[in-house]
Design a protein around this ligand. Structure first.
Ligand SMILES: *Cc1c(COP(=O)(O)O)cnc(C)c1O
Length: 441
């Protein structure tokens, strides 16, 4: 007999069990929330989001004085309420599409504080972003720079631009989320000379105002030495561009990527520690290279929203295939969370109700989609007496889940509910079957 209670690790301080052993999130009762809003359901702990935003803002202030910025990489979780919170907290944002720009705009976010990323901004994307007053474009390639210059010329403005540079760093992370290596689809590589050439091009364009350089080497990074290597390569590039063109970068954007805790053997994000060690290293590098320290920005996504989120599912069936495995099917799946299917991402999955004294069983938690790869998590220890209708919670579910949701199999996307001060409020309503056919002519 294994007591699940004693084994479990609740991963984050905003997850606990009440006196009856039922799981709570942000101090709220999950069965009540599921009854009110239905499942699958995405819950966000608003205080946790604010806490992380403040941690970044204060860490950057401490480490870099007034010469730093933090942009929330909003692709991690993008809906109006998040942009309102970011605006209230004084954060900048990263956006990667007209959809994100429009969502932020609709939320009243001051878009002068937005940075527009993506490796392929179309001409109409560029125009849309300028129409909405996006402050900074992070240009990925030469074609884009020409498009920005053309569009800015029409408006007779000089558009603020950073160049995305590929420093050639392998962040020891999953291949699909490693973006800083030379062969990445993103940015211009230093090693091949393309970064130097695109800098010369940007400096030659009359309606482009080059402010500096950007890089983002990957995601779910726990090893601060990745950032320490990156700053050195990027500052050396800044020094080289100064020598070559007399251009002194005002801003160096070091991207996002700080790792979060999905399972118990991973540490919680160390925001202050990472930023202060980067700041120390940068000061040293600037002294060695004899260049002034640029303003520094970071673009965290995952580490702001991941553990502020929880996904709730209802169990449908428990299928035991004797001698093989046990499948627990839930009412969501890769349509609301494709991360295991895409990257094999680990997660902590827990039953909401206590099962004191129940035996545990190793299960595959799978979705309801017609696709064998529709797996939410493998190797999950769950009580053997789990039954249809029971709630399962997936922890650390706030980043790259709801924002990656699709309508595959024409499954309506879940609702998103914000939790604050013991109250719950809908941030995004559940999609209906009418929404599903809304675009069909
Ligand atoms: C996705 C992304 C980020 C955020 O990465 P996290 O790992 O979520 O912190 C930052 N910058 C760029 C350019 C990105 O594409």
């Amino acid at each position: 007999m294994i007591n699940i209670q004693n084994q479990e690790d609740l991963i984050s301080e905003n997850v606990s069990r009440d006196a009856k052993g039922a799981l709570t999130f942000a101090g709220q009762d999950l069965s009540t929330l599921a009854k009110t809003y239905g499942t699958p359901l995405y819950l966000y702990d608003e205080d946790r989001i604010r806490m992380r935003m403040r941690a970044y803002l204060s860490a950057i202030e401490k480490a870099f004085g007034g010469r730093g910025n933090v942009q929330y990489a909003s692709k991690a979780a993008s809906f109006k309420r998040i942009y309102e919170i970011a605006a209230e907290e004084g954060m900048g944002i990263d956006v990667v599409s007209v959809g994100e720009i429009y969502t932020a705009y609709a939320a009243g976010f001051p878009l002068s504080r937005a940075y527009f990323h993506s490796n392929n901004k179309t001409d109409s994307d560029v125009a849309f972003a300028m129409d909405h007053g996006v402050g900074t474009f992070v240009a990925d390639n030469a074609e884009e720079l020409y498009a920005i210059d053309r569009e800015a010329a029409h408006r007779n403005i000089r558009q603020r631009v950073l160049l995305r540079i590929t420093p050639g760093i392998d962040p020891h992370t999953y291949a699909a989320v490693a973006t800083g290596k030379v062969d990445s689809k993103f940015g211009s590589a230093i090693e091949t000379g393309q970064a130097a050439r695109i800098t010369a091009l940007a400096l030659s364009l009359p309606y482009v105002s080059l402010a500096g350089f950007h890089c983002h080497v990957g995601s779910q990074i726990f090893d601060a030495s990745v950032y320490l290597s990156t700053q050195k390569i990027m500052l050396t590039f800044i020094r080289d561009m100064y020598k070559a063109h007399g251009f002194l970068a005002k801003e160096l954007d070091l991207g996002g990527g700080i790792g979060v805790r999905y399972v118990k053997d991973q540490p919680a994000p160390d925001i202050e520690g990472t930023l202060s060690s980067v700041a120390e290293a940068m000061k040293e590098t600037c002294r060695e290279l004899e260049i002034p320290m640029p303003a520094v920005s970071f673009e965290p996504g995952r580490s702001i929203v991941a553990d502020a989120g929880m996904a709730l599912y209802s169990v449908g069936s428990v299928k035991r295939i004797p001698g093989y495995k046990t499948y627990v099917s839930v009412d969501g799946g890769m349509s609301d969370n494709p991360r295991f299917a895409l990257y094999g991402s680990p997660y902590t999955v827990l039953p909401v109700l206590p099962h004191d004294g129940a035996e545990s069983e190793i299960c595959s938690v799978v979705g309801r989609l017609c696709e064998s790869g529709d797996i939410l998590q493998e190797g999950v220890s769950l009580p053997a007496d789990l039954v249809r209708g029971e709630l399962l919670s997936m922890l650390t579910a706030g980043a790259y889940q709801y924002s990656m949701a699709s309508n595959y199999n024409r499954i309506p996307r879940p609702a998103v509910v914000m939790l604050k001060d013991g109250k719950a409020s809908l941030a995004v309503r559940r999609e209906t079957v009418e929404d599903i056919v809304a675009l069909d002519i």
